[in-house]
Design a protein around this ligand. Structure first.
Ligand code: SAH
Length: 355
C-alpha cells in the first residue's frame, strides 16, 4: 500500500468502507502472528519525572501530585502476581527520572528475572547508552520508547527539554537495537497540530525502523498539562477511537509480524469498545495493569485512565472473557517478537533513518 492509499484510509470516515481496512488488518494479523494474544503485566513503578513533556500529567513541577518510587520488594511482588496470573512478560514503566540510579534498576531487573523467569520490558524514557547496556546485561529483554510524532517541529514543541529533539529519540532507538533489545516505539494520535501527513510519516518511520513492537493510543488532554489549554488546530487530526484504530490497522499492514497492543489509552477513550476494536483491527497484545491500587492512582499520565480501580486478577479475568468471546486465545510463554527471532538467524541490517 503506497502513501496515497494510506492517507486515503486515514481520511476515510465511512464505516462501511472502513470494514475493508479492518478485515485486511485482521487477516494479516491472523496470518502473521496468529490468534494468541500475549498479556504483559504493566508495573508503573515510579511517577517521578524530570521532563516537562507538554502533554503528560506526570511532568516535572506539576503541583499537587504525590510522587513515589516503589521499593525493589514491592516491584518483585507485582511481578510475582503477573506470573501467577499467567503473564510471561512484565513491563517496568516509570517517568523519566535522572535521579533513579541505573544500578538500582539493574538490581530490580535481575530480581524480577529470578522471580518470574519471564521476559522483562523497560519503559523508563531516555537514558545514557551505558544505562541501556547495564540493564541489558542485568537481563532486560525489550525496551519501549515511543517517538510520539515524526514531525520534527511538533516533537520539539512538545518536548522543550529534549536537547537533540527527534534525532535524540531516534538515536536512542538505534542504540537499543544495537544492544540486542527487542525495540518498541509508537505515537499518540490527535496531538494538537498533528496532521494526516504526519500520521502517514509516522507509519513510514515505523517501517523504516523495523520495529518489533508498536504502541498507538489517542492523545487524551490532561487538564493539569499546558497542552490542554491549546485550542484544536484547523485541519488537524482528532484523537478519537476511530483515528487511533485506523493507525493500529495500518501499522499491522506496514509491519505484519510486529507485536501491537490494544492500548490502555484506546480503552480509556472508548471504555465499551476500544480494546475489542483494537484486537479486531490489528492488535495482538494486551497490557493488564498489575500496579497496586494506591500507586496506580498516582500514575496519572492522563485523566480517567482505564482500569485504575480494577484489581489485577479481575482485570485479567476480564481480558480472558473478552478474548474467549472473540475466539482468541491467551498467549503462552514470553511472546517474543517473531521479527526478532528471524533476525537472530540473519546478519543485522543497517538502515538509514531520515524521515
Ligand atoms: N517516561 C516513559 C514512559 C511514558 S508513559 C517514556 O517517556 O517513555 C508512556 C506513553 O504514554 C508515552 O510514551 C506517551 O505516548 C503516552 N502518553 C503520555 N501522555 C499522554 C496523554 N496525555 N494522552 C495519551 N497518551 C499519553
Amino acid at each position: 500500500m503506497n502513501r496515497a492509499e494510506r492517507l486515503a484510509w486515514l481520511r476515510e470516515t465511512d464505516p462501511r468502507r472502513l470494514e475493508a481496512l479492518w478485515a485486511e488488518a485482521d487477516d494479516v494479523r491472523r496470518r502473521h502472528v496468529g490468534d494468541a494474544v500475549h498479556l504483559r503485566g504493566l508495573i508503573e513503578f515510579s511517577n517521578r519525572c524530570g521532563r516537562g513533556c507538554l502533554y503528560c500529567g506526570l511532568r516535572r513541577g506539576r503541583a499537587g501530585l504525590a510522587r513515589y518510587r516503589m521499593a525493589l520488594g514491592e516491584i518483585v511482588a507485582c511481578a510475582r502476581t503477573a506470573g501467577e496470573l499467567g503473564m510471561g512478560t512484565v513491563v517496568l514503566q516509570s517517568g523519566e527520572d535522572p535521579s533513579m540510579p541505573a544500578a538500582w534498576l539493574a538490581d530490580v531487573i535481575a530480581a524480577v528475572k529470578t522471580e518470574t523467569r519471564g521476559a522483562v520490558t523497560l519503559s523508563v524514557g531516555e537514558r545514557p547508552a551505558e544505562d541501556y547496556a547495564l540493564w541489558r546485561r542485568a537481563g532486560a529483554d525489550r525496551y519501549l520508547l515511543r517517538f510520539e510524532t515524526s514531525n520534527r517541529d511538533l516533537y520539539a514543541r512538545l518536548h522543550p527539554d529534549a536537547a537533540d529533539g527527534l534525532d535524540g529519540r531516534l538515536a536512542a532507538l538505534h542504540a537499543l537495537r544495537d544492544l540486542g533489545y527487542e525495540v518498541g516505539s509508537g505515537v499518540m494520535v490527535g496531538l494538537p497540530g498533528q496532521t494526516f501527513d504526519d500520521l502517514a510519516d509516522d507509519l513510514a518511520l515505523f517501517e523504516q525502523l523495523g520495529l518489533h513492537m508498536v504502541g498507538i493510543g489517542p492523545y487524551i488532554a490532561h487538564p493539569a498539562s499546558p497542552l490542554a489549554a491549546l485550542p484544536a488546530a484547523a485541519g488537524a487530526v482528532s484523537g478519537t477511537e476511530l483515528m487511533a484504530s485506523k493507525m493500529v490497522a495500518l501499522t499491522r499492514l506496514v509491519l505484519p509480524d510486529a507485536n501491537i497492543p490494544a492500548t490502555t489509552a484506546l480503552a480509556t477513550i472508548d471504555p465499551a469498545a476500544g480494546r475489542v476494536h483494537g484486537l479486531e483491527r490489528g492488535a495482538n497484545v494486551i497490557m493488564p495493569n498489575v500496579t497496586p491500587a494506591a500507586r496506580k492512582a498516582l500514575y496519572e499520565i492522563y485523566p480517567s485512565k482505564a482500569g485504575v480501580t480494577v484489581d489485577a486478577a479481575d482485570a485479567v479475568a476480564d481480558v480472558r472473557r473478552s478474548l474467549d468471546a472473540l475466539g482468541r486465545t491467551v498467549g503462552v510463554g514470553r511472546g517474543d517478537s517473531p521479527a526478532m527471532a528471524r533476525r537472530r538467524l540473519s546478519p543485522p541490517v543497517t538502515e538509514e533513518v531520515s524521515p
